[in-house]
Structures are given as C-alpha cells and as structure tokens.
Design a protein around this ligand. Structure first.
Ligand SMILES: [Fe+2]
Length: 296
C-alpha cells in the first residue's frame, strides 16, 4: 500500500492532510518523497498517526527532505539530552530526565513557542519543513495549532494587500523571548543572530500561492516606526490566526506532523508545566542548500 493523503477537514480541502499507508521507519523511494512534497505544497501540514520513531529514525526520516538545522541552540549553546544536535527538544523535560522546574531556563523556550511563529525565520537560512514527533503528551492542553498564511493572504482586503505588499519584516531570534521578559542574553549571543529581513508577502516557490508572512519574530517593519511596525504585525497576526484559518492538533503519542514553515504559522497551547510533555522536532533546509558553501 502506498501513501494516501486525505483532507483533515473535507470542508477545507486545501489545508492539513492526514497521511497514511507508509511506514516512516523505512527509507522512502523517490516517488514517495515527491508525493509527500506534493502533499505539503497542497496542504502545508501533514499528519501521520501511529508512527512512533526513535531518535535515529526521526533523523533518518527527516534528512530525506533536506539538510537539518539545529536552530537557536547554535547561539545559546544549551546542552541537549538527545543523541543528535539536530533533534530539538520541544517539551518540559530537563537534561536529567526529570520535569523541568519553574526556574529552568529551558522553559522560556517552551513558553515562547506559545506565540505564533514560523521556525527559525530569524536565521538567514532557507528553512523549509519542521517535523514533530510526539513521545509523551499531557492529557489536557499542549495542542499545537497551525494557521494557513496562504488563505489569510487571499482574504485580505485589497487596500491592506497594497499597503503591505512591498514591505519587509525584520525577524529577530530573541524578540519573542524579550517580549516575555527574558532579557538575559550576552552581546555575543545576540550577535550570533542579527535580525534577518524578509518580505511580508511572498510567493511560495513550489505552490505559487502568495503568503502573508507575519510572525511574532518580527521586531520591525520597513518604512514604519517601531511602534507602527509592531502594531501592523499584531493586526496581521490577528487576521491570519482567525479560527477559520487555524487547525488545532490534539496530540497522541506516536503522532508525527510535518509542516511548511514558509506557508504556515504555529504555536503550542498552554498546559500544566508540572505534567510531562516530550516532543521532538527536526527542521529541514532547502534540499540543495549546502551550509559549507556560506562559510567559504
Ligand atoms: Fe516552533
């Protein structure tokens, strides 16, 4: 049996597909990789149920879609409890396996993930997919929600489209954390991630659909004062995250979700931080991106 993808909600056949018929532990043939890419270009989010993966298996699966990036940890230098630095720890488990206490620095990342964002848009890298593997999930709360930035663009009033079309946003790695009161970064850490300029509106390279690329990582907007820019971002976020554009995923252990960071925003929802939540993320870059080429 091969890959089958169906819309999660038949009333909205353009956003979020439920995929089945393949075993993510097995290497994929080219045809299946292409079918997943095609599904991603159409649905932007694909949900696989019942696919528990080990750390090695998640790395092996993810890397079939492009080189992997380890995200903000490159700047913070935070240690990891995982075998691979490209596995990003999403949850509240401390290094020693216990549940992180309230004063654990790691929790600021957990909380910042509850603001609408696109992974690593603050890096000058062609970030593409992220994938989350659910290992342990709380009984209550801790859903992940995705917003469809293509539909959000399509529905914007013409006047607003014109107003924002040629503007750019400056995406800053620490902005969402600073918003939450976490100011404790050294100049050295800050300088590892200078803000990155990205258009507020762009055409998705594979689907050809236009995308309204707002995010909590944007700290400034071109041609506007800082407060004007931040208010514009808040207005666009409010528009793009209306319930009609949002899918909310109720996690079960063994779920595996892939999303396109170029056409969606996502956030976690609040949960009791004294209850264990263990999800693991991988993030891919464009297939032909060679990190070493930048260094030379
Ligand atoms: Fe994220």
């Amino acid at each position: 049996m091969g890959l089958v993808i169906k819309p999660q909600n038949p009333a909205n056949p353009h956003f979020v597909g439920v995929a089945s018929g393949i075993d993510l532990k097995q290497p994929l043939d080219e045809q299946t990789i292409k079918a997943i890419d095609d599904g991603m270009n159409h649905y932007a989010v694909l949900v696989f149920r019942g696919q528990p993966l080990t750390q090695d298996e998640q790395i092996d699966f993810s890397v079939q879609f492009g080189p992997l990036d380890s995200g903000l940890r490159k700047a913070t230098g935070a240690p990891t409890r995982f075998k691979h630095e490209q596995l990003i720890d999403i949850g509240n488990v401390a290094l020693d396996g216990s549940i992180a206490s309230k004063d654990n620095k790691k929790l600021i990342g957990v909380l910042a993930n509850q603001l609408w964002h696109s992974d690593s848009s603050f890096q000058d890298l062609p970030v593409k997919y992220s994938m989350l593997s659910a290992v342990i999930v709380p009984e209550e709360g801790g859903q992940t929600q995705w917003a469809d930035l293509r539909a959000a663009w399509d529905d914007l009033p013409e006047k607003t489209k014109k107003y924002i079309e040629n503007k750019t946003g400056w995406h800053s790695a620490f902005h969402s954390r600073i918003l939450l009161g976490d100011n404790d970064y050294t100049q050295e850490q800050l300088s590892k991630f200078p803000p990155v300029e990205r258009p507020l509106v762009f055409t998705h390279p594979e689907s050809g659909r236009k995308v309204l690329f707002s995010s909590v990582h944007i700290s400034e907007v071109s041609d506007l004062t800082i407060p004007e820019g931040r208010l514009l971002v808040a207005e666009l976020l409010e528009h793009a995250t209306q319930p009609k554009y949002v899918y909310s995923h109720e996690w079960r252990p063994g779920d595996y979700v892939i999303w396109d960071n170029r056409s969606t925003l996502h956030r976690g929802t609040r949960y009791d931080l004294s209850v264990r939540r263990d999800l693991r993320r991988t993030t891919t870059l464009e297939r032909h991106f060679m990190p070493m080429a930048v260094e030379s």
